[in-house]
Structure formats: C-alpha cells, structure tokens
Ligand binder design. Structure first.
Ligand code: ARG
Length: 547
C-alpha cells in the first residue's frame, strides 16, 4: 500500500469515485458508527427518487475500500459507516511519527500572503486589541508557513499623522529629550499635548504648523519624530519578546512609508474619474455605503483610507502578494470593506488577489463587562500579561492567554478570567501543555529504563484506535485553518487529542505493559507528542518538556 498520510482525503476520494459527488465524510458521532459517516446515499436517493437504503447498498457494493476499511456498513435510513482497519491506523500513525511535517501537507499552489497584524500606534501603549491582533496574526503566519506559503508579515504601525504636530511641539515646549522617554512616558506626553491642544489656541496653531514642517521634511522636526518612533519601537519589541511572537523589525511597514505614494494615489483616482471632489474633499463613492471613502480631506490632508490604498498597491505591486489578510478589530470592518471596494475598482486589487478582513471581538473582564482599569482607561497589553503571570509562570500564563484568544470563534468577545485560563484542567492552553509534558515524561522514563520503541505495530484497543485516528486528521485540520483562518478548529482538535490521550492512559497501561504492546504504545505516545508539539507551536504556544 502507498502512503496513507492524508487518510481523510483518501477515503473521501474513494467514495466520491463511485458516488460522483463529495461524500462530505463526518467523524462518526458514536463509536458503534465506526470512524466516519456519510449521508451521500440519502442525498443521491433524494435526487434520484429511490429508497436511500437501496442507493446505499449499491454504493457499498461498488466502493473499493477493502484495503483501508472494514466492510462498510449501512445504518439507519441509509447512512454509510466507515471503520478504518487497525493496521491502516497503525500505518498512518507511523507515517505521522516519521514525517518531518507531522502530516501537514504542502500547498499544491503556494501563495504569497501578506498578513497585516499587530499594528500599534506610536507614542501609545499597546492595548488589548493589539494583543489579539498580534496573537492571531502570529498564528496565521505560523500555519501558512507550515503549509509552504510565503508569508510576509506587515506591521502597519501608526507612525504618521496630525498627532505628531502636537507631540513634537509639546516636547519642544517642555524642553524634553524625547530619546529618554519610554513608551509609558511617551503616552503621558501624548495626554499632556492633548490637554494643551484643547486649552490653547496658540498651541493648536503651532501644532498645525508643525505638521506642515514634518511633511516638508524639516530636519529638527523629523529628528524628534524619529526619536518618538524609536522609543515606541523599543517598547513594542519588548512586548513582542515577552509574547514570544515571530514579528521583527524586518516586518515593520508603518504608515509613513507610504507618504510619497499618497498624492500619486489621489491623482490616479482623480484622473481616471474614480474619485470626485465633494464638498472640497476628494472622495470615492462605492456601492457599499452612502458615505464615500475619503481620499483627501478638504484641508488637503491624506488619511487612513488613502494610506491603506497605497499599502495595497505596494503589497500587490511590489511584494507580489496574491492573498491579503488583515487582522484588525471588528470596529474597522467598514473601513476595510470600503478600502477593498475602491482598490478593486481602481485595479489595485485584481480579481486573482484575495483580500480578507479577519475581525475579532473584544476582551471583556472576568465579570463579562467591558474591560477597563479602575481609573476607567483602556487596559494595556502588558498589564494583561502581568495579571496572568500573577496566576502562573510566564510560559504558562502566555499559553493561557493565547489559547483563550484563539480557541473560540475570533469574532466572539471573550472574558479575561486569568484564574480559569491558567487551569491545567479543562479546555485551556496549560491543559495542552500539561498533556505534552505528561507524555514526554513517559517517554523519558522509557529512555531511562532503556526500553526501546520504533513503530506502532499492535493497535488492538479502541482507545488506541481513537488516538491514531485523531493523529491522521492533523494535516487536514491545519489545511482547514490556513484556508478558513479559524484557529479555534486547531484548538478544538488538540483538545480532543489530549483528551483521547488521557483516555488511552486510563485504558492502556504503557510502561506497565510488556514486549511488543509496550513498544507499540510508546511509539503511539511519541507520535502524539509530536503532533501536540507541532500543533501548539502553530498556535504560538510553547510545548514544555516538564511541568
Ligand atoms: N494602527 C491601527 C490601530 O491601532 C491598526 C492598523 C491596522 N492595519 C491597517 N492596515 N489599517 O487601530
């Protein structure tokens, strides 16, 4: 028999060959229904006007699965149940064990994917929204890279805009050396500048003039602006390091890099009649809304929308991306809907390039209410990490946060309940870490006792079958996450695997068994450890050897 590494698709293909349609195999809901079920006979019977069980019997007679499955069974009104043969389960588990990618298949059509994530703002601390964006984007980067896609992270930091006028002016007024600030200090400065702006007309005028100087490239202004960026980046990088994410300075592509492109985009859109002057502003009307996209405001300034259009041109035209992913909070969904629409009309975003907005919900307090500090201000990312670290060691606290962030549908809000999130029981990150550490401990003991194991040879117990069956699904799950951008599917899978593993321990002694059964079980443990470790790594979670 050839490789069975992609067992689920192999089964589907065989059934489809006879049925003529995708059988939509589903994991069986109960052990007595085998491993997979399909309702394809019911669907075909409906179309053909024949009794479903007859259609099922015809299919079962023709489907060639003897090498992979036990004889197919027809259940209830005409479901077909598939039970994979034990030796095939053993083979697939062995293949996963021996595969350098743990069964993750390489994309047949590798794409160049730009993932826009994290993207905090200069002179402001990262808040919970940036926490989610960073964790989710990091997971996408890992998953897509594992599938062989070229991933280009783009950290679209807010390093340009009118706010720099007041920031620089405030620094000069106070005689501050901006290079001595830290991020918290820069944020405090931001508050003072804001207050100053509201209180003094004269300061507001100077701030406006300062924006003009910044845009004109005035040396002193640029120098201070750069200092603000540098202190902010130092703060962001410290947080990235703490979060153990892949982002580096090489991924920085802040708003300011598009400066020179903004008038070019505006002129292009205006020349081609895509943008029109409306109340003094240059705007594009789209089908998406009555509110047009503002390319240039009446005062002549270019804003967030124009910058994102320039970024799309860069990502498609220069970086040659054919898939754009934006991981940004749900409140910005409309902005991106509009930006994508304008970019499509203008041809910056050809049909062959997909653009996906991946929004995410809010992080709420443990009480399910809006999360804010006692003073009522937004919660900083670092204070969240601190709160989790009060409950557990840093690597466990981080696993807890990342898993909580990724394990339910991204669009949902979730409650930041540190105590629950760090628990090593239940559907948590630390539980998966613990499962990994525990299986590692068994393997370590075997090693210490000089018990060797290589292959899974005997697979007799249902609990062993279940573990092997799950191992065979890993590659498919990772593929689905890369396509649908739904990390909760991987989380759910890993939780199921960890649970199956603990059932296996209960029902099948490993070190206390003997001979071939023992070495086979140890090999099954090794394959499971490998998938747990790979899976956790795709979530950006460390898989500890001990816990
Ligand atoms: N800096 C923005 C914020 O903090 C997020 C930027 C998202 N990315 C983009 N291409 N607009 O809200």
């Amino acid at each position: 028999m050839g490789t069975v590494l992609s067992l689920p698709s192999l089964l589907s293909e065989r059934v489809a060959l006879v049925a003529g349609v995708d059988p939509e195999l589903r994991p069986a809901t109960r052990p007595q229904f085998g491993h997979y079920q399909t309702n394809v006979a019911l669907r075909l019977a409906n179309a053909e006007g024949r009794p479903p069980r007859d259609v099922a019997a015809d299919l079962v007679a023709k489907i060639a699965l003897d090498d992979l499955c036990e004889p197919l069974e027809i259940a209830g009104p005409g479901f077909i149940n598939l039970r994979i043969r034990a030796e095939v389960l053993a083979q697939v588990a062995n293949e996963v064990l021996g595969d350098s990618r743990s069964g993750i298949s390489l994309a047949t059509q590798p794409r160049t994917v730009v993932v826009d994530y994290s993207s905090p703002n200069v002179a402001k601390q990262m808040h919970v929204g940036h926490l989610r964006s960073t964790i989710i984007g990091d997971c996408f980067t890992r998953v897509l890279r594992a599938q062989g896609h070229t991933v280009i992270p783009q950290n679209h930091i807010g390093d340009w805009g009118r706010q720099f006028g007041m920031l620089v002016e405030e620094i000069l007024d106070e005689g501050l050396d901006a290079s001595t600030l830290d991020l918290a200090g820069a944020e405090a400065l931001y508050q003072r500048a804001n207050t100053h702006l509201k209180e003094s007309e004269e300061f507001a005028d100077r701030a406006r003039e300062r924006v003009v100087k910044l845009q004109a490239g005035d040396a002193e202004t640029r120098r201070i602006w750069q200092q603000l960026i540098d202190v902010s980046l130092a703060g962001f990088n410290a947080t990235y390091q703490r979060m153990n994410v892949l982002l580096t300075d090489a991924d920085l592509a802040g708003e300011s890099i598009y400066n020179a492109d903004l008038p070019v985009v505006a002129a292009d859109l205006e020349d081609r009649g895509i943008a029109v002057i409306d109340d003094g502003a240059l705007v594009v009307f789209t089908e998406k809304s009555d509110t047009p996209a503002i390319i240039r405001n009446a005062a002549g300034g270019y804003g967030y929308t124009c910058t994102d259009l320039a970024a799309i041109r860069h990502r498609v035209g220069t970086l040659h991306a054919d898939r754009l992913i934006y991981v940004v909070g749900t409140p910005q969904e409309f902005h991106f809907t509009q930006v994508f629409a304008v970019a499509r009309t203008a041809g910056y975003l050809p049909d062959a390039v997909s653009a996906e907005f991946v929004g995410f919900g809010q992080v709420l307090g443990a009480d399910g209410k809006k999360f804010s500090t006692r003073e009522g201000t937004a919660v900083t990312l670092n204070s969240l990490l601190d709160a989790a670290e009060e409950e557990a060691a840093p690597s466990i606290a981080l696993a807890a946060i990342k898993y909580a962030d990724l394990s339910s549908g991204l669009q949902k809000d979730y409650s930041f309940d540190a105590e629950r999130m760090v628990a090593t029981t239940g559907d948590t990150g630390p539980y998966l870490q613990y499962a990994h550490a525990r299986v590692n401990q068994i393997l370590r003991k075997a090693e210490a006792e000089d018990i060797s194991y290589r292959q899974i040879t005997v697979l007799a117990e249902p609990a062993e079958h279940q573990v092997a069956l799950l191992l065979s699904r890993f590659g498919e799950i990772v593929g689905t996450v890369g396509e649908t951008l739904q990390p909760h599917r991987l989380c759910g899978y890993l939780y199921e695997l960890a649970t199956a593993l603990s059932v296996f321990y209960e029902q099948c002694p490993v070190l206390k068994s003997e001979g071939e059964v023992r070495s086979s079980r140890l090999a099954l443990c090794a394959a499971t450890k490998k998938v747990l470790a790979t899976g956790l790594d795709l979530l950006g979670i460390e898989a500890p050897e001990r816990m």
